[in-house]
Design a protein around this ligand. Sequence first.
Ligand code: BES
Ligand code: ZN
Length: 457
Amino acid sequence: MFDPVEKLAAFTRFPSVSADPAFQSGMEGARDFIASLLADSGFTVEVVPTPLHPIVLAKRDGDPTWPHVIIYGHYDVQPPDPLNLWQTAPFEPAVRDGRMYGRGAADNKGPLMVHLAAAVKVLRENPDLPLRITFLVEGEEEIGSPSFLPFLQERRRELAADFVLLSDTGSPNAEQIVITTGLRGIVAGEIEVIGPRSDLHSGVHGGAVYNPIQALAELCAGLHGPDGRVNVPGFYDAVLGVEDWEREELSRLGVSKETYRAFLGVNGFFKNDGYSPFELVRFQPTLEFNGIFGGYQGEGSKTVIPSRAGAKFSCRLVPDQDPIVIVELLEKTLRERCPPEVELRLRFGHRGAPYLVVPPGRSNTPADQPPTLARAFATAERAVARQFGKPPLFLREGGSVPIIADFKRELGLDSLMIGLFLPEDNLHAPNESFHLGVMAKGIEVSASILRSVAGAD
Ligand code: BES
Ligand code: ZN
């Protein structure tokens, strides 16, 4: 018997934090676990080495004329800290109030288990199902998937497929599921401002030098205009408009601004230039500061001019912004604006392109898509309505899964993304959990999709 909840608990027990080498054995544990589970479920498994964390590739081959679905997921998770804020330990999964608590239970072990349980179910019901399935489970998603693109390029031929199926995105609540039609891209970077060759006494030298914290703060503050928009010339040039059907879908979200404000625990929303907060996170790009450092951080005060200061930032990009162009614009703007009295060092990290899929039948400008994809979308819509009691909304998402754009660019594959995270799941935060009711219904939805693509519904 394949008990998805029990399997999820076992999977979540492995501390597979890709960002921190101290968790290497947890990475190996999670990878071996998912590889064995796929092998035990009848798939032919290959663990593909990469410079960092291997990719698990598991196939159910068949007649080359059968449809072929790729199911994507990731076995790595975010670091669990701050540990003291967890009610139960992050890697000791516990079920409370119909949720499985644990780091990675939602992002992405639970949703991956949904699709695996569905595949096991449909193949058990129909061992001759005319469908090829390939699971691709990577271990570097939370650190920007550095090995995934070279892998796709190398395996281009065997990964020729009809579409990609995954659940690594969200929905507003357990009754209203979203089929994700777009993802934001990302560019992450670090600004460092270097001043005097060493920390200085702020009395002896204060006034004579440009304080690096001040220069950094001015640079950072200049990156947004008074209207709240990103103040980097050219930043918005490639931003696509929003289609009417997208606005209509968003109007059905069923979440009020006040509910969202209270959920966030803020006094009000950021200046918005006429956009609602719901539009901003889905349709507009951002530049956010993720960390800032410099000078004395200890108890009390210290009269010092620090020799350097820095900030980490990331931009979320929307279609058709190009991460390479955005990096160039940021470089140029920051170099031009940095005062000559200090030195500027810029480093760029993650880069991922935004993604947009036109749900078949919705747009005025229909895309050229394989009939299997249209069928999968239509079945997903019906199955979500049946299982969850309401038809899904087709909406773009604020988060990023950069490899989804790579699938499109490299292999021409679109993705069907069933949003299974809920706002209460606490992704990347303490007390992450996955809703087990959503899990059970999600399995039925995924099973319907697989049957329908195989023509067996
Ligand atoms: N599953 C998330 C992305 C996500 C979260 C999509 C919530 C929709 C709703 C994914 O694992 C993730 O966190 N991605 C990173 C990508 C980055 C590390 C390149 C992100 O969005 O910050
Ligand atoms: Zn994820």
